[in-house]
Design a protein. Structure first.
Length: 152
């Protein structure tokens, strides 16, 4: 059974008429996603989701799968994304802000060009493999890491 999330464009998620939700993966640009509206987001399936210019605020998305998702120009503020899978994801211009936890996240083949990482972002154990770093370099040419290459 797919994880259900209530979401609509340009504002906080809400239940659609008749109840239910939007099964993931879904397409929603400029979404505002807040923890208070959906508490069961961990280990969610965001494979191939289109979430351009979306806001992730105070959420636990740990263990979620964002493989090949389009999350460019989004912001993550105080988000627990530990163990999340961003393999092949488009994260260009995405901001990782205010104590976002990316411990053990997988950025294999992800595009992080011009992404922003605040000081408090936890990158412990992150997998960088063929990752386009924020400065445009490839992690494979940087000793298999983007650390030290996190400024656009």
């Amino acid at each position: 059974m797919p994880l259900l999330v209530q979401a609509h464009q340009g504002g906080p998620p809400s239940a659609p008429p008749g109840g239910g939700g939007v099964p993931l993966p879904f397409i929603c640009t400029k979404c505002d996603l807040y923890q208070e509206f959906h508490t069961e987001i961990t280990q969610g399936n965001y494979i191939n989701a289109v979430l351009w210019r979306s806001e992730f605020n105070d959420m636990d998305i740990s263990g979620s799968n964002f493989s090949s998702a389009k999350v460019a120009s989004s912001d993550m503020v105080n988000v627990n994304a530990s163990g999340a899978n961003f393999t092949g994801a488009d994260l260009r211009l995405t901001g990782f802000h205010s104590d976002t936890n990316l411990q053990n996240a997988n950025f294999t083949n992800a595009n992080l060009k011009s992404a922003e990482f605040d000081q408090g972002t936890d990158l412990t154990g992150v997998i960088w493999s063929n990752t386009t770093c924020p400065d445009g370099t490839n992690s494979d040419n940087n000793g298999n890491t983007c650390e030290g290459h996190l400024s656009p």
